[in-house]
Structure formats: structure tokens, C-alpha cells
Design a protein around this ligand. Structure first.
Ligand SMILES: Nc1ncnc2c1ncn2[C@@H]1O[C@H](COP(=O)(O)OP(=O)(O)OP(=O)(O)O)[C@@H](O)[C@H]1O
Length: 242
């Protein structure tokens, strides 16, 4: 199914009271430099259900990216517990954590993070190279299927520089999708796009969430985009205010 062509409103909403995907308990993150200590996150408690689409908003420096890095297992909290599907991540071995990161979580960034020297198809295949037991043929099949979902089947041989911003972000979403993640973490995915392309990417994320049940946590500065998601979580100075 080409999700890029589907209307999000035509699809069924995610079920209420879903099982828990992620639970953060009393999360603190303190950055210590030579001269200053910064409390980036201050006793954050947050539960995200499977299949939810949640926005995180707040002024610059309030801890949004720090939170996303901790949820994405790219960084560790100074204190507090992160549980994924009921299991504290501290109980996972390094190998298990790497696998969780690679197989369960897809990342989408404001500036796409595509590799300019690689074709669209090779960019989307890249994370699958690190997955054990996936043959070259299977990698290609998964990457082509993901590109089809985002409506870019006709651009597989292009390079990132030959694409518009919205198309680049769709490639980045296909790359996040190719491995079949349960959770997508999107850090200002529409931040570099004009309003028309921003809407297009937002519709694609909404459709992914509703049609495929992918849980999405999105950091955004755009109130209009945030209000399209099921829940808006607001931060101020490292603390959740709503
Ligand atoms: N590696 C680091 N070392 C020291 N301080 C840091 C580090 N990373 C972030 N901080 C500080 O932690 C606080 C939260 O930063 P974070 O990047 O999470 O904010 P943000 O809400 O994502 O901001 P923005 O909207 O501008 O991206 C800020 O005060 C920042 O200066």
C-alpha cells in the first residue's frame, strides 16, 4: 500500500488503552561541564501506549532532544528507569540493546541525515546491513517496499541532492520503516520544510501510525502539527508541565 497517497482521515484511529510500549519513571538527566551543571530533565514520568502518536513540545533548551535520545537508547539518564514493553533497559545486555535500537526503533531527524554519496535505495537499505540474517535480496525487497509506502518507488536511483526537502524526508522515513520498527522517534521532522511539504510529511506519519500501528513520538515546535496527534506533552525547563 502506498501510504503517501492515502488519506489519514480515511483510516481507523488507534485503539484506546493500548498496552504500554514505554514507561519512564523519575528520569533525571544532568549534564556536568567544567563550569556548569545543567539539569536537562527533572523527574520526568511518562507512559506511552503501543500505537500512540504523541507530540513533545516546549521552548528551546527545555530537554526535548535529551528525552528523545534517552527513549531511543542513544543516551542514559543520570537516574530513573526506562522500561520498554515492561522490561527495564538496564536489564538488557549491550548486544540486546543494540538489537533493540536497530530492530524496534526507527529514527527521523529534522535534517534527514541521509548519505549524499548513496542512492535513495542504498540509503534505505543501510540500517538493514547491520541486521544479522538478512540477505542482500531480502534487504532490497524490504527497502523497495518501504520506498513504495512513502510514494518514492520512482526515485530509487536518485541521490539525495536530486530530491526536494519533502522527498528527502520521505526517504528518511522509508529508512526508518524498512526494518519494521514498532516505535518511530521523530525530532522536528517538518522543521526544515515549507508548510505544504510539512503537511505532506505529517499526513504520512499519521497514516503510518493509523494504518500500521507504529507508535510515534515526535518533537515539534509546530503547534498546528502537534494538535493533529493524540496527545501533546509539554515541557518547560526539564519538567513536564502538561
Ligand atoms: N552534551 C551536553 N552537555 C552539556 N549540556 C547539554 C548537553 N546536551 C544538552 N545540554 C543542555 O541540556 C538542556 C536541554 O537540551 P536539549 O537539547 O535537550 O533541549 P531541546 O529542548 O531539545 O532544545 P531545542 O528545541 O533548541 O533543540 C540545554 O540547556 C542544553 O544546553
Amino acid at each position: 500500500m502506498n501510504l503517501a497517497a492515502a488519506q489519514p482521515s480515511a483510516l481507523a484511529p488507534a485503539a484506546a488503552a493500548a498496552p504500554v510500549m514505554l514507561r519512564l519513571t523519575d528520569i533525571e538527566k544532568v549534564y556536568q561541564t567544567k563550569t556548569i551543571e545543567t539539569v536537562a530533565l527533572n523527574r520526568v514520568n511518562l507512559t506511552i501506549g503501543q500505537g500512540e502518536f504523541v507530540s513533545i513540545m516546549g521552548p528551546s533548551g527545555c530537554g526535548k532532544s535529551t528525552l528523545l535520545s534517552i527513549i531511543g537508547l542513544l543516551d542514559e539518564p543520570t537516574s530513573g528507569t526506562v522500561e520498554i514493553e515492561g522490561r527495564p533497559v538496564t536489564s538488557y545486555s549491550d548486544k540486546e540493546l543494540a538489537r533493540l535500537r536497530n530492530e524496534k526503533i526507527g529514527f527521523v531527524f529534522q535534517s534527514y541525515h541521509l548519505i549524499n554519496d548513496l542512492s535513495v535505495l542504498d540509503n534505505v537499505e543501510l540500517p538493514l546491513l547491520y541486521r544479522a540474517g538478512v540477505s542482500g535480496k531480502e534487504r532490497r525487497r524490504l527497502a523497495l517496499a518501504a520506498l513504495d509506502k512513502v510514494g518514492l518507488s520512482a526515485r530509487t536511483g536518485h541521490f539525495p541532492s536530486q530530491l526536494s526537502g519533502g522527498q528527502r524526508q520521505r526517504v528518511a522515513i522509508a529508512r526508518a520503516l524498512a526494518g519494521g520498527p514498532e516505535l518511530i522517534l521523530a525530532d522536528e521532522p517538518t522543521g526544515n520544510l515549507d508548510s505544504v511539504m510539512g503537511e505532506e510529511i505529517m499526513d504520512l506519519l499519521l497514516t503510518l501510525n493509523r494504518a500500521e500501528g507504529v507508535t510515534i513520538i515526535m518533537v515539534t515546535h509546530d503547534e498546528h502539527q502537534a494538535l493533529k496527534t493524540e496527545r501533546v506533552i509539554r515541557f518547560f525547563d526539564g519538567s513536564q508541565v502538561q
